[in-house]
Design a protein around this ligand. Structure first.
Ligand code: INI
Length: 169
């Protein structure tokens, strides 16, 4: 039997963080938790890049650019979508979730979903450092674990991947 599990250890990991300005009170808390996590696990400051976007809707495009650059081992996405009186919430929350997921599948780079979907601002503040821990910190742990796991797993078969890309075009 072959069993794999990512460890919370990193060697010279390069990380891109995409964070949204919408609901900035919450997202700044998430970013702070993420930066504390990176410091805790010994990630070099020079290996950390932060890109701010207007809202959660813009996160996937910027995450994709960073992932495609080849300069990052993982991308961490941080945002806060709060349910309002309109259906806007469903579009922003749904599209950002599926967009982030798609970037990971398209690029093979682990893209971590640290976008909170919330009923109230209070719930967001609780999850961004006040009562219920910090989801930004947890997102960093997920990133480190995924990078380690993917390093352990068998690499994609280059020939098969190239053939599939040719067939799709
Ligand atoms: N963006 C968020 O990050 N959170 C929200 O709660 C939110 N709401 O509720 O509207 C939100 N909207 C902005 C959206 O992400 C885009 O920036 C905007 O639509 C421009 O494309």
């Amino acid at each position: 039997m072959h069993e794999y599990i990512g460890k919370l250890q990193q060697h010279n990991m390069r990380i891109g963080i995409v964070v949204s300005r919408f609901n900035e009170l919450i997202t700044r808390g998430l970013l702070q938790g993420a930066l504390e996590g990176l410091q805790r696990y010994g990630v070099d400051d020079d290996n950390i890049t932060v890109a701010w976007v207007p809202g959660a809707h813009e996160i996937p495009l910027v995450a994709k650019r960073l992932a495609q650059s080849g300069q990052f081992d993982s991308i961490v996405c941080l945002g806060a979508v709060i349910r309002g009186a309109t259906t806007h919430f469903d579009y922003v929350a749904g599209n950002s979730a599926s967009g982030v997921n798609q970037v990971a599948l398209d690029t093979g780079v682990p893209v971590i979903f640290g976008i909170l979907t919330l009923e109230t601002i209070e719930q967001g503040l609780e999850r961004a450092g006040s009562k219920a821990g910090n989801k930004g910190f947890e997102a960093i742990q997920a990133a480190i674990e995924m990078v380690d796991l993917l390093n352990q797993l068998p690499k994609p078969d280059a020939a098969a991947t190239k053939l599939k890309a040719m067939v799709q075009h």
